[in-house]
Design a protein around this ligand. Structure first.
Ligand code: NAP
Length: 594
């Protein structure tokens, strides 16, 4: 399939000369390649299609289906711990979710249906894996190399703007334990599940107690003969975040579908609750202390086993590792057919795992719930104009500009890059605001005669210094092992220094002072032939600014924001913690009133 061209009335413009023949802000032709058709890639396609003309877009997806993580993660018990009605795009509710917490299959269906509804599959080439991106010194932009996974053929494709939407929780990782290749039983990774494996009646080994392991254990435990759970680090296991699991009745679904405003109010209420939890992540606040005391008592009650309590309840703060509601996990650890082995696995044999207590634990099936490579290094070379490869630049520490771009890699944008709010609050809203931010950059690129745009190194240095200072106040800075950072005492690379609402506000405008821009010839070529776009549009009102009252949108940031966030429509908002208690507000800055 060739590039799908977004229908356009304007003709492709490639250089400054051509622009002089057209009106101001002519929309020259822009070729975009997006890597990955998961949630982020699909959203980019949706928004480009909806808001732009004269763009060609190709989305390369390595899997045979769209939806990314929700296609890949199909392990038993896989679900999302965000309430389903809030695990949708803000503008695309789903009326008939089956339950408060939906399975990965149902979420896959949501994103697949979203893609079908808006014809997004037209842009996607499945089973095509990007293998490299190299700056094109003649044309600008990148030559992208791609492997067709069906035929094995390598192809090359040029773009002006490259968007990496390949996801941070995508490069799944085997545990670094010697002998893994010697194991003769059935070996599985949670993020690369083999649907043909039947676990019933078998003795299963389970490595890991992160979010995936916590979901797997209670799901498989009733059906297998035995589970040996290998755990090497304590972890906070939280109760469900504010809402109990509940299967929606036909009546409830009918109400959501037919009663105006009911679903919207439900979604907004849940989202307010999710956004109200940020105080938990700030050390030393009452919110954090109360949450910790509550979770500790909950864990003790549910484990009811001094040996496990001592090993599983952490001495670092709640939230240092990502919290997962462990529905049935702690209870499952105490079941008769579950054996907990605490400590390091020193090697793997043909039969199973040998641990640091010297014992060998043979198992029929070994499930590695061992997570992902979250170093943020791209999985393929990305080589910029100065010959540097982003894989090398980010080898020690990934330092991005606000989670979306890297210095010296012009025209390269990243969804959920380093230090964006992937675990600070609702993640899909963060993806939406990243997409909007990227489209503002692409819009300027298209209409302002720009050839290269990249964030300045000095802006990134300042951002990283601010982020590192901020992180000292957060629970993420504790010495726990977590995919939020490379090592327990290392800098936090995966999270944003603030709440999700804070990120949304920070990303509302492009701070042009932080961007390095190069032009195609004269920077004012975009002024064109002296005619405005309005004069070229026979249906536009050539006196649009003549009015009988001042109905301008607010010009100051503060007033604009009050309009966007519907200031004045709520009685006082307060944060909440996991105990259900209200945040005292001590962690919030009180803004001065003008
Ligand atoms: P993870 O949180 O990184 O957990 C990996 C687990 O494997 C840890 O317990 C780790 O132990 C263990 N491990 C790794 N190497 C090991 C080794 N050599 N020996 C023994 N144990 C080893 O990965 P995950 O559970 O797949 O979750 C990753 C993220 O995916 C989550 O934090 C979340 O953001 C997302 N997720 C979300 C949901 C959801 O409900 N929304 C569900 C699943 C996943 P150590 O901690 O000791 O290193």
């Amino acid at each position: 399939m060739a590039d799908f061209i977004v229908p356009s009335t304007s003709r492709p413009e490639t250089d400054a000369e051509h622009r002089l023949q057209g009106p101001i802000h002519a929309q020259r032709h822009v070729r975009v390649i997006c890597i990955g058709a998961g949630a982020s890639g699909l959203l980019l396609a949706y928004k480009l299609q909806r808001h732009f003309s004269n763009i060609s877009l190709t989305v390369y997806e390595k899997n045979p289906e769209v939806s990314g993580t929700w296609w890949e993660n199909r392990y038993p018990g896989c679900a999302c711990d965000v309430p389903s009605h809030n695990y949708t795009w803000s503008f695309e509710p789903k009326l008939d979710w089956s339950a408060v917490y939906a399975s990965s299959r149902e979420i896959f269906q949501y994103f697949n249906a979203f893609a079908r509804k808006y014809g997004l599959h037209n842009y996607v080439k499945v089973q095509h894996q990007v293998t490299g991106a190299y700056w094109n010194h003649q044309k600008g932009g990148y030559n992208v190399t791609i492997k067709d996974l069906k035929t094995g053929q390598e192809i090359s494709h040029h773009c002006d703007v490259l968007v990496n939407a390949s996801g941070i929780l995508n490069n799944w990782r085997w545990p670094a334990i010697p002998g893994l290749d010697k194991y003769k039983g059935t070996l599985l990774h949670t993020a690369n599940w083999d649907d043909n494996v039947n676990l019933n009646g078998r003795h299963v080994g389970l490595i890991g107690n992160g979010s995936s392991g916590i979901q797997v254990l209670p799901t498989i435990q009733p059906n297998v003969s035995k589970v040996t759970a290998f755990i090497r680090e304590p972890t906070w296991v939280s109760p469900v975040q504010g809402l109990e699991q509940h299967v929606f009745s036909d009546q409830e679904r009918l109400e959501f579908a037919t009663k105006p405003g009911v679903l919207l109010e439900y979604r907004r209420n849940v989202e307010r609750g999710l956004n109200g939890q940020f105080g938990i992540f700030l050390k030393g606040t009452n919110t954090n202390n109360e949450t910790e005391a509550y979770m500790k008592s909950q864990m003790q009650e549910r484990l009811h086993n001094p040996y496990l309590e001592e090993r599983l309840i952490p001495n670092w703060h709640v939230g240092c590792r990502r919290l997962t509601p462990g529905v049935g996990y702690l209870e499952a650890l105490g079941k008769e057919n579950v054996e907990v082995v605490y400590g390091e696995i020193t090697r793997i044999t043909e039969k199973g795992c040998v641990c640091d207590n010297g014992n060998e634990y043979p198992v029929d099936v070994l499930i590695c719930a061992t997570g992902f490579d979250t170093s943020f290094k791209p999985r393929f070379p990305v080589v910029g104009p100065n010959g540097k490869n982003l894989q090398d630049v980010w080898k020690e520490e990934a330092q991005s500009y606000l989670g979306v771009a890297a210095a010296e890699f012009p025209n390269y944008l990243i969804f959920l890059g380093p230090n964006c709010p992937i675990g600070n609050g609702p993640v899909l809203s963060a993806i939406e605001c990243q997409a909007d931010y990227m489209l503002k950059l692409i819009d300027r690129f298209q209409t302002n005669n720009i050839s290269q745009f990249s964030p300045k190194q000095e802006a990134i240095d300042d951002f990283i210094a601010h982020k590192d200072q901020f992180m000292q106040k957060t629970v993420w800075n504790d010495a726990c092992r977590s995919w939020y950072k490379g090592r327990p005492d290392g800098p936090v690379t995966a999270l944003w220094p603030g709440s999700t609402l804070h990120y949304i506000e920070a990303m509302m405008e492009v701070r042009l002072d932080d961007w390095e821009v190069k032009y195609n010839g004269n920077r004012f070529a975009w002024l064109g032939n002296g005619y405005s776009q309005t004069e070229l549009d026979p249906t536009a009102d050539w006196a649009f600014y003549v009015r009988d009252k001042d109905d301008d949108e607010p010009l100051s940031r503060g007033r604009k924001l009050q309009l966007v966030n519907r200031s004045g429509t709520m009685s006082r908002n307060v944060g909440v913690n996991f105990t259900g208690k209200r945040d005292t507000g001590e962690s919030k800055a009180i803004a001065p009133k003008i």
